[in-house]
Write a protein that binds this ligand. Structure first.
Ligand code: ARG
Length: 456
């Protein structure tokens, strides 16, 4: 495409080193849509005839069909998707094809294609996140009364409803979806018309092009438009954070599925065995997802490092934006889809989980609250229950088995009613503040999410 200025052929090593068609072919749909919009604007500006515009549009659509059907032959010598399509078009329709690149550079073209690709993909991922939330909410509905210990420092803290724990992830995925939605605002800016860096002497109706392609805004600085990859960094950050959330859930699932915890069972379809140890049932999906978080972070680091030292404006370095972007999008989509399916097949071992909650130590905070309700300042109550706990450990007598006289030695405020505390269900029922895991609150939350997720 630039042979006019050159006397020698490009080194075949450079051709291989510089090609991006092996990965950017995925942009073909967006490249074709962008070119059709551009051709229409060229026609409106009187640069090409109506007839030429029609030939270009039809030619591009045919190329699109061929690529979709797998019959299009990509040529590495043509470097990238933009030149592969343009060259095929000229081969097919002649001169009209050669006019298409008027007032356009691959610099604004690739910026356009990547933005269109991101918009589509982020909409898809928002749907994947919704499906994941639905799977979690359905799991809450299958096991509405199940209780598990809640942990801090991975030490048993207080009992919670299993649903409350799962809904914490529903909240995280909600923020993830909103973050993607928000980032679309910055992606939704149409760069075409910026040319290589300084626009073109042939002024096209950029608003018209934006409208045809479904953009809400057009870029206002041609230099920024061709070199800005902030939006790619932002997308990769959003996906890295979703990866973090999935990884935390993975860790919970892995722990819960272990013999040590034994709180959940995963279905056969979503676990693997061992070639050596016949008893094994491994939570591979969760482990792989936790592992894949590494590449999501790596991709974010790649793009930040890629951009940081670039002089204005477009530099070829920017071709390196695509593989991390594609990889993170694929990784998150695959992870969300398979995780949702795994959650659908997950069940709780109610008995074992409840037993883990029956450790009376889990009621220590409730005993302190009991004293507070009788007028004891919390710090004092905390100290009293601390001593009571030491006594329980030393005398090997769990709280429910300690005599009332003994309680009274720690505080006069203890009465028979203290024994009512040692029941998981009533402990939960008492947690009525908004956001706390009383069964009433949690079931309200489950219905709220169910409604919200069915309405979208
Ligand atoms: N394949 C290139 C990329 O992905 C397209 C833009 C090339 N522009 C250029 N001036 N060589 O960034």
């Amino acid at each position: 495409m630039w042979k006019g200025r050159f006397q020698k052929e490009t080194s075949s090593l450079l051709t291989q080193y510089g090609e991006s068609i092996s990965f950017d072919w995925r942009l073909y749909k967006y490249d074709i849509a962008g070119s059709i919009a551009h051709a229409t604007a060229l026609e409106r500006a009187g640069i090409i005839t109506q007839e030429e515009c029609k030939k270009i549009t039809e030619g591009l659509r045919d190329i699109g069909t061929d690529i979709e059907q797998g019959s299009f032959e990509f040529d590495m010598n043509l470097e990238d998707i933009h030149m592969n399509i343009e060259s095929a078009l000229t081969d097919r329709i002649g001169d009209a094809g050669a006019k298409l690149h008027t007032a356009r550079s691959r610099n604004d073209q690739v910026a356009l294609d990547v933005r269109l690709y991101c918009k589509d993909s982020l909409n898809d991922i928002q749907e994947n996140l919704r499906d994941m939330q639905r799977a979690l909410v359905q799991c809450c509905k299958r096991f509405p009364d199940s209780v598990i210990p809640g942990y801090t420092h991975l030490q048993r803290g207080q009992p919670v409803l299993f649903s409350h724990h799962l809904l914490a992830y529903v909240e995280m995925f909600e923020r993830d979806a909103l973050r993607l939605k928000d980032s679309i605002q910055r992606i939704d800016v149409m760069p075409l018309g910026s040319g290589a860096l300084a626009g073109s002497t042939i002024a096209l109706d950029r608003e018209f092009i934006a409208e045809q392609l479904g953009f809400t805004e057009i870029s206002q600085n041609s230099m920024d438009a061709v070199s800005d990859r902030d939006f790619v960094a932002e997308v990769l950050f959003c996906l890295a954070l979703t990866g973090t959330h999935l990884s935390r859930l993975s860790e919970d699932v892995i722990l819960w599925a272990s013999a040590e915890f034994g709180f959940i069972s995963l279905s056969d379809e979503h676990t693997t065995g061992s070639s050596l140890m016949p008893q094994k049932k491994n939570p591979d999906i969760a482990e792989l997802t936790r592992g894949k978080t590494g590449r999501l972070y790596g991709n974010l680091m790649s793009i930040l490092t890629l951009i940081k030292g670039l002089p204005m404006t477009y530099n070829r370095d920017l071709q390196e934006d695509k593989e991390p972007l594609f990889d993170s999008i694929d990784t998150i989509q695959n992870a969300l889809v398979i995780f949702s399916e795994m959650i659908d097949g997950m069940s709780i071992n109610e008995g074992q989980a409840l037993e883990a909650c029956s450790d009376p130590m889990l009621f220590a905070t409730d005993i302190a609250d009991y004293l507070v309700k009788k007028g004891v300042p919390f710090r004092e109550a905390h100290n009293i229950v601390g001593q009571l706990t030491a006594h329980a450990i030393e005398s090997r007598t769990p709280f429910p088995k300690i005599e009332i006289q003994q309680y009274k030695e720690f505080s006069e405020n203890f009465e028979e009613s203290v024994f009512d505390l040692f029941d998981v269900k009533s402990a939960l029922t008492a947690r009525t503040a908004a956001g706390a895991p009383s069964p009433k609150n949690v079931s309200k939350q489950v219905s709220k999410w169910e409604n919200k997720l069915s309405g979208e």
